[in-house]
Design a protein around this ligand. Sequence first.
Ligand SMILES: Nc1nc2c(ncn2[C@@H]2O[C@H](COP(=O)(O)OP(=O)(O)OP(=O)(O)O)[C@@H](O)[C@H]2O)c(=O)[nH]1
Length: 235
Amino acid sequence: MATSYIPVSENETMPVSARIRARLMASKERFHANDNIAHHIIPGELEELLDEVSQRMQGVLESLVIDTSSDHNTQDTARRVAKMYLQEVFGGRYTPEPAVTEFPNVAHLNELMIIGPVTVRSACSHHFCPIMGKVWIGVMPNQHSNLIGLSKYARLAAWVMNRPQIQEEAVKQLADLLQEKMQPDGLAVIMEAEHFCMHWRGVKDTDALMVNSVMHGSFLKDPALRREFLSLIKR
Ligand SMILES: Nc1nc2c(ncn2[C@@H]2O[C@H](COP(=O)(O)OP(=O)(O)OP(=O)(O)O)[C@@H](O)[C@H]2O)c(=O)[nH]1
């Protein structure tokens, strides 16, 4: 949903990022790295943002003292990186939530469903290094829960993960989104991932993984359900 007003503090001469930021600030909305800001972007502005990020990225390459005019390998790097951030790896900040068809639970299913492993890719907010991992989702529906198509778990996970993230917050965001959509009795999300900020740089530990989970409702209250879920996922 695009915003229908232009705040007084915003004008055409401002860079597009400043205009979007002015709208976010006027609406007192958070715009952290892992927040979605699509509803404050007016049609056409993403193209303008691509030009702006390309220019700024070109400045970064120049500050890194790379001769992008004679180095054939880096001539288009600034635009490639800008495109990669805005349209791919951080696309979950700038695009609206994917359409998710919801079906009523006509058969009143109330048995454990498990989806996974769903492959997820993200990047850490601290160094913008890749996070590569897997997610498992457990759902305990009730007769009032909405059911969603299988592929939609992966689409929603990608939408949340395609932002600069920390794993703990990414899992919570995904769990909250699924909880809101499905209103199940219980919901469990487990993520296991490797962090390239630890592999490629820094401590250069090649084996460490991070595993974390969020449990809601019956997964919290019922140890037998939690055990069943944990025993059925093949990590
Ligand atoms: N809790 C958490 N930490 C993360 C995640 N991804 C990366 N990190 C860590 O974030 C920390 C950032 O630490 P800083 O001390 O600010 O940065 P740094 O000096 O580059 O630290 P080193 O990585 O130890 O070299 C590092 O310890 C990363 O391993 C994540 O998803 N969750």
